[in-house]
Design a protein around this ligand. Structure first.
Ligand code: AMP
Length: 191
């Protein structure tokens, strides 16, 4: 049976950084819907054009587009043993779609690590990242919109996964390596 991890955390909590560390640790591919969208934006694909206005405003790209993209990615060969999902699902409808997808692939979610960081630090962190990486959606207005989307649409998923005994909380307000060590420890218990 394939293993799927769903990495959760508010924008700027360090999901991408930690997902890459988990990828090395577990030998499972890291799938970031944000990165997939950015790749499509950069290459001006049809998908990129469809997603652009949503991303630039900090809103969620419609579920049908996002789910189709994830389905396509999960069917690729490197995902045959599972994957580390980063940035998906982001609302209850996507969580339902993921269940369906995984049952098709004969897999299930093994663990949902939640990297928790105080919201006050996050805006600051994201503004710093904006200077370094120059991501188009890292300006203050969009950052605030993404925070709101997280609170309203994504946060309910934390309860959903907690009720199912899958959520494990990790303190994201530590050095990158310390977060990674804690993450590996809690994940190993569940695998
Ligand atoms: P991220 O890199 O995960 O912060 O994602 C950047 C942007 O891509 C988000 O603000 C959304 O506009 C879009 N996006 C990423 N993942 C999803 C998703 N699961 N559903 C809808 N939109 C998404």
């Amino acid at each position: 049976m394939s293993i799927y991890l769903v990495l959760m955390g508010a924008p700027g909590a360090g999901k991408g950084t930690q997902a890459k560390k988990l990828e090395d640790e577990l030998g499972l591919p890291h799938i970031s819907t944000g990165e997939l969208f950015r790749y499509n934006l950069k290459n001006e694909t049809e998908l990129g054009k469809l997603a652009q206005t949503y991303i630039n405003k900090g809103n969620l790209v419609p579920d049908n587009i996002t789910v189709a993209m994830v389905r396509e990615r999960l069917t690729q060969d490197d995902c045959k043993n599972g994957a580390i999902l980063d940035g998906f699902p982001r609302n209850p409808a996507q969580a339902d779609a993921l269940e369906q997808l995984l049952s098709e692939f004969n897999g299930e979610i093994s663990v949902v690590p939640y990297i928790h960081v105080d919201q006050d630090y996050l805006v600051e962190r994201l503004l710093k990242r904006a200077e370094i990486e120059g991501r188009a959606d890292d300006n203050e207005e969009t950052i605030r919109a993404r925070m709101l989307v997280f609170e309203e649409q994504t946060q309910p998923l934390l309860d959903y996964y907690e009720e199912r005994g899958l959520l494990v909380r990790v303190d994201g307000d530590q050095s990158i390596d310390d977060v990674a060590q804690e993450l590996f420890k809690v994940v190993r218990v569940k695998l």
